[in-house]
Design a protein around this ligand. Structure first.
Ligand SMILES: [Zn+2]
Length: 188
């Protein structure tokens, strides 16, 4: 039961909202959508309350699969850059349909946009934007192969709502336009 954490009490939630450092030794809060755990005093953007679980200390939260926040370092634990950036990739793998900007990643993964971009690029060798584009275009290829969706619809489904931008990006990564790609498939 302990592994699941508990939903925050009113007092705990208040402390999280107020970034109250006085209770930092009493609990950490874990966020189920991002798998990050924080001190109550963490200055990061407050999560949705329904995604928050309370653990008595960072070790228990980590046993349950959460990673310590890069910014507030609960329990003084430093998360390696490699794991931090892997978390971002996992998030993008699952949420590529959403509007994900560098600022959004910074808010979600608790770092400044500039710092995040620099650390990410150093760890991965490419930028978060490049990764997200690759995820989206791979998904688009899959959709073109397996569905009868139009090019425009495929763009929407992978989070690229500007069709001409989608076509340009597709072409730069795949080598042909989505339309040509579809035609090639049909000709097989
Ligand atoms: Zn934090």
């Amino acid at each position: 039961m302990k592994m699941l954490g508990s939903v925050p009490t009113e007092l705990e939630w208040q402390a999280i909202e107020d970034n109250n450092a006085k209770v930092d030794k009493e609990f950490v809060y874990a966020v189920t959508s991002t798998k990050i755990c924080c001190r109550p005093s963490c200055p990061s953007k407050n999560p949705n309350k329904e995604n928050v679980r309370i653990y008595r200390n960072v070790e228990l939260a980590m046993e349950a699969g959460f990673r310590p926040c890069k910014r507030c370092k609960p329990g003084g634990i430093r998360l390696p850059d490699e794991i931090w950036t892997d978390q971002m990739n996992q998030y993008m793998d699952q949420n590529y349909t959403e509007h994900i900007t560098l600022q959004f990643l910074a808010d979600t993964f608790h770092g400044s946009p500039y710092h995040l971009q620099r650390v990410y690029k150093k760890a991965k060798g490419y930028s978060p934007t490049e990764y997200l584009q690759k995820v989206r275009i791979n998904k688009a290829v899959e959709l073109l192969q397996n569905t009868g969706l139009s090019v425009e619809e495929v763009g929407h489904q992978v989070g690229l709502h500007n069709t001409s931008y989608f076509i340009t990006l597709f072409k730069s990564l795949v080598g042909t336009t989505p339309k040509q790609y579809k035609k090639t498939l049909e000709g097989r």
